[in-house]
Design a protein around this ligand. Structure first.
Ligand code: ADP
Length: 464
């Protein structure tokens, strides 16, 4: 099968979140099971182009545009403020796809777009290229990695997408008097996908649907969920070159060396018996900082340390800096995007906290598993699918889970985790167990192939 995977971020070239991880690894896994998959991405300023996705034979193509991408330091925004021409930028990116494919002389069976930045490609396929014989046998799959980002713009900008005003209606791109580019995917894709089964259900509800739940309910038969994998070529404590002490389930005792380094790096007392809770996240409302700030005093009373790595909203930067001033011996605050520090945190922390309000899939808990770092999570989206509450009697479960979105419930879960941490006969087997869970992309890639077949089925192609 020929698949073009279109994404605004791809590891290791450009990343702000989980989409980049997916785009950097799913294509490799698809290639591994014999498919001709290729990746398409804008060339931002810092990117040095390569011919293949590193570590693979997956061809990668860069859309070059000096004004819109080549001169931009960041992907979408600077210091929390969006670039004012994001619609123009990503319309140009999407418009370039079809002329590019024609020039390449390579017509895909499936176009797989991701999030609002590439959603317009699907509208172009189904509206502008509808009668183009070259693309008659090409199906479209739209994956949503986070419903919180709709790609909303004022309606006056619609003509800049290259679509006509007849797309300004609720059954197309209109969204409460504005336009939402994500709708180009939701309305026109042959199948819609998101990154966990629970989230696929949640986005069809008012609470998580961000105003599009009605549309998604109407397309319910075409909405699927496939949990992300992670790339164990990158995330593996036995081979990770960025951590001071490599370890595996058989050499778990070496993990402590990373913890000591992590404490040192954060100016925290270097104590083996003090549990360290890691947090690596975009500092956004979605990620649960409001309940965390309410629980913090209580967590500190438990004699533990917290190490945070993140960038995002200014209010959370301020909040974290204030916490650091109040609890200098208990909290490490790193307000940056730092891939190697992230690895040190995954490797050195005892627990990893994700108190998310909502979480489409979540990669942090899957990476934590591999590093023997026990997740403490809220039961939502992909977190609910991958982490079940630890039962000290039966040994079942993979972490500590709370359901109610409140500081109280979060604190109770942290307390249970810390209590268990001090019982080594429970903690160590739990670590060994989660390190051996298999969240590699292989299983998920096969599910994507079935999804692509469903999409082809929708345009009347039964088999390839
Ligand atoms: P989201 O896509 O909502 O940001 P995910 O959990 O799906 O959340 O993916 C986040 C990914 O980004 C993880 O791989 C995480 O380690 C990484 N990450 C987030 N913030 C940072 C940061 N400040 N520095 C380094 N890596 C980060």
């Amino acid at each position: 099968m020929k698949i073009i995977f279109i994404s605004s971020e791809v590891v290791p070239f450009a990343k702000t979140g989980g989409l980049a991880d997916v785009a950097g690894s799913l294509p490799k896994a698809l290639k591994g099971i014999g498919h001709d998959v290729r990746v398409y991405l804008p060339r931002y300023k810092k990117i040095k182009p390569e011919k293949f996705l590193p570590g693979s034979k997956v061809p990668i193509y860069f859309f070059e545009h000096e004004k819109y991408f080549g001169s931009r330091e960041e992907l979408y925004q600077v210091k929390g403020v969006d670039y004012p021409d994001n619609l123009e930028r990503f319309s140009a990116f999407c418009q370039s796809v079809f002329p590019f494919l024609k020039k390449l002389g390579w017509i895909p069976d499936v176009i797989h777009c991701n999030d609002w930045q590439s959603a317009l490609v699907i509208a172009y396929l189904k509206v502008i290229y509808k009668d183009d014989l070259l693309f008659k046998r090409t199906a479209a799959v739209y994956s949503i990695h986070n419903m919180g980002y709709l790609g909303m713009f004022p309606k006056e900008k619609l003509p800049l997408t290259g679509l006509s005003w007849d797309q300004f209606k609720p059954e197309a791109l209109e969204f409460w008097g504005n336009i939402a580019l994500t709708k180009a995917g939701f309305v026109y894709a042959d199948v819609i996908n998101t990154v966990s089964e629970t989230y696929a259900q949640e986005i069809q509800t008012k609470e998580f649907g961000h105003g599009l739940d009605g549309l998604l309910r109407a397309r319910s038969a075409d909405v699927f969920g496939i949990v992300n994998g992670i790339d164990y070529d990158i995330w593996n404590p036995a081979t990770d070159k960025n951590i001071p002490k490599r370890f595996s389930p058989a050499t778990l005792s070496l993990k402590i060396g990373n913890k000591i380094e992590l404490q040192k790096h954060n100016g925290l007392p270097q104590k083996k018996e003090t549990p360290v809770i890691g947090l690596i996240t975009r500092l956004a409302d979605q990620k649960g900082f409001d309940i965390l700030s309410g629980a913090l005093q209580g967590i500190m009373d438990e004699h533990c340390q917290i190490v945070v790595l993140g960038v995002g909203d200014k209010k959370y930067h301020d909040l974290l800096l204030k916490m650091k001033r109040n609890y200098p011996d208990h909290i490490g605050v790193n307000l940056s995007f730092d891939a190697s520090l992230a690895e040190l945190i995954y490797a050195g922390a005892d627990m990893f906290m994700m108190p998310s309000r909502y979480e489409p899939c979540g990669l942090g808990q899957l990476i934590s598993f591999k590093y023997g770092t026990i997740p403490v999570v809220r039961k939502t989206g992909g977190l609910a699918d991958t982490v079940h509450d630890f039962n000290s009697r039966t040994g079942e479960g993979e972490g500590f889970v709370f359901e109610e979105y409140s500081s109280r419930a979060l604190l109770a879960a942290v307390k249970r985790a810390i209590e268990t941490f001090h019982k080594k006969t429970l903690w160590k087997p739990l670590q060994e167990k989660i390190m051996q869970l298999d969240y590699s992309w292989d299983a998920s890639a096969k599910k994507y192939v079935s999804l692509y077949m469903k999409a082809l089925g929708k345009i009347g192609i039964a088999a390839l």
